[in-house]
Design a protein around this ligand. Structure first.
Ligand SMILES: *[C@@H]1O[C@H](CO)[C@@H](O)[C@H](O)[C@H]1NC(C)=O
Ligand SMILES: *[C@@H]1O[C@H](CO)[C@@H](O)[C@H](O)[C@H]1NC(C)=O
Ligand SMILES: *[C@@H]1O[C@H](CO)[C@@H](O)[C@H](O)[C@H]1NC(C)=O
Length: 810
């Protein structure tokens, strides 16, 4: 208890005294213990009781305790065992950090003696810490051209332990390019460095992964690692390289535009722009460059123009690949074009005859044909043909030339024009062909005569036809063309009953219409044979004939003519006798009549028209026999008068009458007695009438003759002046227009009329023959020639006329 009082009194002095005492005690006796770190609480450190020379139980009695300078107690006393134990876990690294020895010093105070005993406890390091790096991973960039030997400092590892437990070594994972170099300092390994051993190649390996391991020397060994990533930075050390030295492809020439034909590929292992390859044409024909398109990024070659085998069979080109830094490579590209049958044959007609006369012999050359095909091989192999049914053939000449010739003689009348299709076909697949047409006209040759539609014509006309009437029309046809088919009709001259045929009929030379020039009388002749010629205008002309039979048909133009009994002209009585004793049916007489017509028109029937004693006589209907109808009586008059009518069966009916006087008497004297009382039935006026008629006809004839004479005289004068005018070259103005106009009928009548005149003159003067056919023809031809030739034809006409007129005047 004295010590606290002492301390209270002079605390400063006490503190100083204590310190000194402690120093003394320490120097006097130093107790040292050691304990490994990280032991459990209560672990034995040292037997303090024994070291102080005390019994363990004395520790408590003598107030032994630990004194330290305000520090947490690391140790405590175990009063039962009298030993020093740990008060908790002790971490050496916390206490002493990197110090090599870690000593914890404190004092043990023995209170009753007031003695201090300095105690030192060494904390022994255990390997409880692992070497560590600051980062888990580390990245470096190294240029691939970095020279070997270059050193790269690596991070240090750290181990909190000390001594052997601290970091003792570094290892670098294996890599052929890198090695580890570690300098050893006094405190162990220092400054680990990575040394580049061999050149890097980014293209080979762009990233290198390394592991740096730091190990301590403890047991067991602890180690820590850091991953090192070395990124190799590219340098443009590689030129682009084409995958092939030469690229080839074959494409058909008809590939559509824009087709990808080929792809070149150049690779550059460099990175970024250094490896970015662009393509371009190099050294290329200007024309080829127009056809193709090169994608400068993909190397794709496509066509922007149609390919043409006929122009280029192979398109050669060179392509250059260049990387971003300008390194380049080149490759050849060949694009072969395969021929496609894309060209149709071309046909050209080198020379043509457009028209060939139909009589040209076979083998006549029509055209020279040249064929050509731009394709090659089979695609350009051409055959040339024409339709088989034509009279032509193709002859092959050299060099794709053909000759088109006639194979047979042509006939314009069969085919007048040929449209010959020339087909040129190649052998490609599919085949292509071209057609050309050669047009050939076959010109006419007069090789066909005109032909009548019938071999023979029969014409029926009634008699008493009007003069100038058209009675028939013949037609012929000529299958030639133009003038070779232009037909002129004419009558073949003949003499009919002493008169030329042309005085009976005329024909229109253009139309073939036949006109009668006279009125025919059946009773004069019943038929007429004639021939008509049709002639074409070819050179030489061809003609053909046809026969016509003209049949005149009877008309009832003749009245029955009574031949018996005739009127008495010589003073005889003409009386028939009928004896009174005659039986009924006695043939008194017979009326005989004829009819110049024929057939029905001449079939006569007889009728009793009037009788002085009806019922006494009868007349046979067809026989004309006059017979008694009953027995004669005495009261019957001596003189009987009968009127008998004779009638034909024509249309209209024509009839004649005759008066019979029958004397009923047994002998002639009986009759004579009454003769004076019989008067003739004949009408005296008849002869008067006849006389008048004769006078009238004669007068008319005279007047007419005078008129004609005057007219012709006038004409002659006019014609004379016309001739003078003509001599002066003034043409035909003098011709009377009336002769050239009018319908054909009128023309025909004029002919007839002239003919009549000639007949009239003929009756007076001998051998005056009217130039009939010439006149008719001239009239017609003059009409057609009127406008073109004034001099030649009309001249002849005028000659004729002159002849006529002179004849008339004679
Ligand atoms: C180019 O060639 C390389 C190597 O053969 C290949 O890997 C790449 O795909 C090709 N490029 C094209 C675009 O075909
Ligand atoms: C020939 O015939 C062809 C077809 O058949 C036709 O197209 C062409 O016009 C004809 N030529 C002539 C000139 O008629
Ligand atoms: C036509 O008949 C005439 C006269 O009889 C004769 O000269 C001519 O040769 C005949 N023509 C033909 C083609 O029979």
């Amino acid at each position: 208890m004295a010590i606290p009082a002492k301390l209270t009194r002079c605390s400063g002095m006490v503190m100083l005294c204590l310190f000194l005492e402690l120093l003394l005690a320490a120097s006097a006796r130093n107790i040292l213990y050691s304990v490994p770190e990280e032991t459990d609480k209560g672990s034995f450190v040292g037997n303090i009781a024994k070291d102080l020379g005390l019994e363990p139980q004395e520790l408590a009695e003598r107030g032994v305790r630990i004194v330290s300078r305000g520090r947490t107690q690391l140790f405590s006393l175990n009063p039962r065992s009298g030993s020093l134990v740990t008060a908790g876990r002790i971490d050496r690294e916390e206490l002493c950090a990197q110090s090599a020895r870690c000593l914890v010093s404190f004092n043990i105070l023995v209170e009753d003696e007031m003695k201090l005993f300095p105690i030192e406890v060494e904390i022994i390091d255990i390997n409880d810490n692992t070497p560590q790096f600051q980062f888990e991973e580390l990245e470096f960039k190294m240029n691939e051209i970095t020279t070997p030997g270059t050193r790269i400092p690596l991070p240090f590892g750290k181990d909190l332990d000390v001594g052997m437990n601290s970091l003792q070594s570094y290892q670098l994972s294996y890599n052929p390019h890198f090695s580890l170099d570690v300098q050893h300092g006094p405190d162990g390994p220092q400054h680990p460095e990575m040394v580049l051993q061999s050149p890097l190649d980014r293209e080979e390996e762009a990233v290198h992964h390394l592991v740096l391991t730091a190990s301590d020397g403890g047991s067991p060994v602890h180690s820590g690692t850091v991953r090192i990533r070395v990124q190799v930075v590219d340098v443009n050390d590689n030129p682009p390289a084409f995958t092939q030295a030469e690229y080839q492809t074959s494409v058909p020439e008809n590939v559509p535009l824009g087709t990808q034909l080929l792809m070149v590929n150049a690779t550059d292992p460099d990175e970024g722009a250094n490896g970015e390859v662009t393509y371009s044409f190099h050294n290329i024909d200007h024309k080829v460059a127009q056809v193709f398109q090169l994608n400068s990024y993909t190397g794709e070659i496509s066509n922007k123009e149609p390919l043409d085998f006929e122009e280029y069979k192979i398109y050669p080109m060179e392509i250059q690949a260049q990387d971003g830094a300008g390194l380049m490579a080149r490759a050849k590209v060949l694009i072969k074009v395969l021929d496609v049958n894309d060209n149709a044959p071309e046909v050209s007609i080198t020379s043509v005859t457009t028209a060939v006369p139909e009589n040209f012999p076979p083998g006549t050359i029509i055209a020279l044909i040249n064929v050509h095909d731009q394709d090659s091989g089979e695609n350009g192999h051409i055959t040339c043909s024409i339709p088989e049914n034509l009279p032509f053939k193709l002859e092959k000449l050299v060099d794709n030339y053909y000759r088109l010739v006639t194979e047979r003689t042509l006939d314009r009348e069969l085919t007048s024009e040929y449209n010959i299709t020339v087909t040129a076909t190649d052998q490609g697949n599919p085949t292509l062909s071209t057609q050309t047409h050669v047009l050939l006209l076959v010109t006419d040759i007069n090789d066909n005569p005109p032909l009548f539609y019938q071999d023979f014509y029969s014409i029926y006309i009634p008699e008493n036809n009007p003069r100038g009437a058209s009675i028939f029309s013949v037609r012929a046809q000529d299958i030639d063309s133009n003038e070779n088919a232009q037909i002129t009709y004419s009558l073949v001259e003949d003499i009919i009953q002493g008169a030329p045929l042309s005085s009976y009929l005329s024909i229109n030379s253009d139309t073939g219409v036949i006109y009668t020039l006279r009125s025919f009388d059946y009773e004069q002749f019943q038929n007429l044979q004639l021939r008509v010629t049709a002639q074409d205008s070819g050179n030489p002309p061809l003609s053909s004939n046809v026969s016509l039979s003209l049949f005149i048909l009877d008309q009832n133009d003749n009245t029955p003519e009574i031949l018996y009994p005739v009127l008495p002209t010589d003073g005889s009585t003409g009386v028939e006798l009928a004896p009174r004793s005659a039986e009924p049916g006695y043939l008194v007489t017979k009326v005989v009549a004829v009819d110049r017509d024929s057939g029905q028109n001449a079939w006569l029937s007889y009728r009793l028209l009037k009788a002085s004693e009806p019922g006494l006589f009868s007349v046979g209907l067809h026989t004309g026999e006059v017979r008694t109808a009953r027995a004669l009586l005495d009261r019957d008059a001596l003189k009987q008068s009968l009127v008998v009518a004779v009638q034909d069966h024509g249309q209209p009916l024509l009839s004649a009458t005759v008066t019979l006087t029958i004397a009923v008497a047994d002998s002639i004297p009986d009759i004579l007695a009454d003769l004076s009382s019989i008067s003739t039935i004949a009408n005296p006026e008849d002869s008067d009438l006849t006389l008048y008629l004769v006078v009238a006809v004669a007068t008319v004839s005279c007047v007419f003759l005078a008129f004609v004479t005057v007219l012709l005289a006038l004409r002659l004068r006019r014609w004379h002046s016309t001739r003078l005018l003509q001599a002066a070259g003034s043409g035909l103005e003098g011709m009377p227009a009336s002769h050239f106009v009018g319908i054909e009928g009128v023309r025909a009548f004029l002919q007839t009329y002239s003919h009549e005149v000639s007949l009239t003159t003929d009756s007076r003067k001998s051998h005056l023959i009217f130039p009939q056919p010439n006149y008719a023809d001239t009239l017609i031809s003059q009409e057609s020639c009127e406008k073109k030739d004034f001099l030649s034809v009309p001249q002849s006409l005028l000659e004729d006329k002159k002849e006529i007129f002179s004849q008339v005047i004679l």
